[in-house]
Design a protein around this ligand. Sequence first.
Ligand SMILES: [Zn+2]
Length: 238
Amino acid sequence: MKGALYLSDSYIREWEAMVEAAEGRIILLDSTAFYPAGGGQPADKGIMKNPDGRVFSVLSVSKRDGRIYHEVDSDGLKAGESVSCELDWERRYRLMRMHTATHILCAVIHKHTRALITGNQLDVERTRVDFNLDDFDKNKVQGYADEANKIIAQGKDVRIYFMKRGEALSIPSVVKLANSLPPQIEELRIVEIPGIDLQADGGTQVRNTSEIGRIRIEAMENKGKNNRRIYFTLEQAL
Ligand SMILES: [Zn+2]
């Protein structure tokens, strides 16, 4: 993804960029930390400020053909001018915590049941994950959340690095997802929680699991064999 700052550093929240192209309210920047919707993680929100100090709200962010497009709330940004960008950090940081929490919870469930994720939607208030889980038992799911919370409390560093496609595909947990990866990508971005989870992933993550807080299961819904649905939220660590 050209110019995507969040891939190497999820903590960039303010930066200067150049407008490469502006078509009405659709803006292309030379570099951006705005996460485009994808992989179950919603797009970031935030602002861009032009050299006159005029503020444009970023309403939506999406990716197309390896580029990131920002939709702002009004016309006026011009190609060639520089802009000061700022994320809605409270929202983004919450989504980062949700994202890493989802990896840990899914790894625990997979370890015990071999179940795979069939869908997920991160959100600020609560996150939804669907599994192809045979035994959808309330006490068992609570047990998985308790185990995930123990891992979170251990304060494990989350590692993010890039790996050649061929090398990455020799790792079983990466292969599992490989069919959904576009073939033209030569380097895969790996998110590793050592000893817990390793997968190719394009989303934003916290640096250390202790930042997550605690997972609290809010609801469970049975949408059929392939869609056992779990909703969870995050609360501060005790
Ligand atoms: Zn992920």
